[in-house]
Ligand binder design. Structure first.
Ligand SMILES: [Zn+2]
Length: 394
């Protein structure tokens, strides 16, 4: 399924006021081993070439370009089976080459300056990785600069943080169920399901019953370059009648409900001093605030996506994302949520929470919510983002 072979960007400096370029002609010569395409353009353009597999295609995106030639191109022989071209929104002209591929293809592209008889030309040489060297030497004009190296695509990384552990059992239910065990089981189940999804990797902050500090949890998140941080809890509440699951995001202004305030205080108590150290620099805190505002809004959307799934399997304390000042969620830049899967202090809920069937239901709902969110909001440079771009291609 790793469909993108290579992502290649070339930028040509252009005055922003320039009218769209015109693709005036396209000359193709092809045989079984290579192909050469010469795009005749009214001026140099920004372009972007990328490949897809199954079926094998090579796509040339010409930015700020209009079609000024017959789009019909006869069926090819040799390396190229078919050529299609279409204008897209924002003056994007997309040329798709269906390739006859037996081995991985490679390509080279460059601009040729206009001559007395020829216009600006974008030349694309295509060959196979093992084929004899392409003879033509690239004549890269000086104003063409490579700004980005081909970048490898990556998975979306979800860091799951099962609360408590080891000497810190978390809340304990009336029948002796420890929060630390319930949340670890849910987290492990989530990890398996998320890992099985295309384009996702899930990591745990703890894998067993041992103590881990809040600072360490955040360090793991940073180390793993998380796209999302989700803490799983099942706390006790002073009110033994309280029940239902809740989803919390960080708040800069304080808790949106009394329960949120109370839980935040409780979760924060243990290591507040440790985490809030070295936060005196004003500029730094302003920057962190800005980053947090951005990640809070994505956290709220993500939380909503999770709530939509959770309502199907659990009673919810509130059917909206609550906001509280949890220390463990204070990691700027990464959407972070804390899920209270239920109040273990409620004996009915304790019974449910200790059953693996219910744990699985919760884990499944959380997983679906996360996956649904990232399918709609894939972070840059991920397989999911590339997949979405391909789907837009039709
Ligand atoms: Zn907890």
């Amino acid at each position: 399924m790793r469909k993108i072979l290579l992502l290649f960007l070339l930028f040509v400096s252009l005055p922003s006021w320039a009218a769209p370029a015109k693709l005036q002609n396209l000359k193709i010569t092809t045989n079984k081993q290579h192909a050469q395409l010469v795009f005749g353009l009214s001026r140099p353009v920004q372009y972007h070439i990328w490949t897809m597999h199954k079926p094998d295609r090579l796509v040339v995106d010409l930015h700020d370009t209009k079609l000024a030639m017959q789009p019909k191109i006869n069926t090819m022989h040799g390396m190229i089976k078919k050529v299609r071209m279409a204008e897209h929104k924002g003056n994007l002209l997309r040329v798709v080459l269906d390739l006859q591929i037996s081995k991985p293809a490679k390509y080279k592209s460059y601009f040729l300056k206009p001559t007395k008889t020829q216009s600006n030309r974008l030349v694309l040489d295509l060959g196979y990785k093992t084929a004899t060297k392409i003879k033509l030497q690239p004549h890269v004009p000086k104003h063409v600069t490579t700004v980005k190296k081909p970048k490898k695509l990556r998975n979306v990384i979800i860091v799951i943080d099962p609360g408590h552990g080891g000497k810190d059992p978390g809340a304990t239910g009336p029948h002796g169920t420890h929060e630390k065990n319930v949340v670890l089981a849910i987290a492990k189940d989530m990890q398996q399901m998320i890992d099985a999804e295309y384009g996702f990797t899930a990591k745990l902050t703890r894998h067993g019953d041992y103590f881990i500090s809040l600072r360490r949890r955040l360090a793991i998140e940073r180390h793993d370059h998380a796209d999302m941080f989700i803490a799983i809890h099942a706390d006790a509440y002073r009110d033994h009648v309280a029940h239902g699951a809740s989803v919390f995001a960080l708040s800069q202004r304080g808790a949106t409900s009394e329960a949120a305030h109370w839980l935040a205080q409780k979760e924060n108590e243990s290591e507040l001093g440790d985490v809030l150290a070295n936060k005196s620099n004003t500029l730094r805190s302003v920057l962190i605030d800005l980053a947090q505002t951005a990640s809070i809004s994505s956290s709220l959307i993500l939380g909503d996506s999770i709530i939509q799934q959770l309502t199907k399997v659990a009673t919810l304390h509130h059917d909206f994302v609550e906001q509280a000042a949890f220390v463990v969620l204070k990691e700027p830049d990464v959407p972070s949520l804390l899920v209270e899967t239920g109040f273990i202090s409620n004996s009915k809920e304790e019974r449910r929470l200790r059953s693996s069937a219910y744990q699985h239901k919760i884990a499944h709902a959380l997983t679906l919510g996360i996956i649904d969110y990232y399918k709609h909001h894939p972070p840059r440079g991920t397989f999911l983002a590339a997949k979405r771009d391909r789907n837009l291609l039709g």
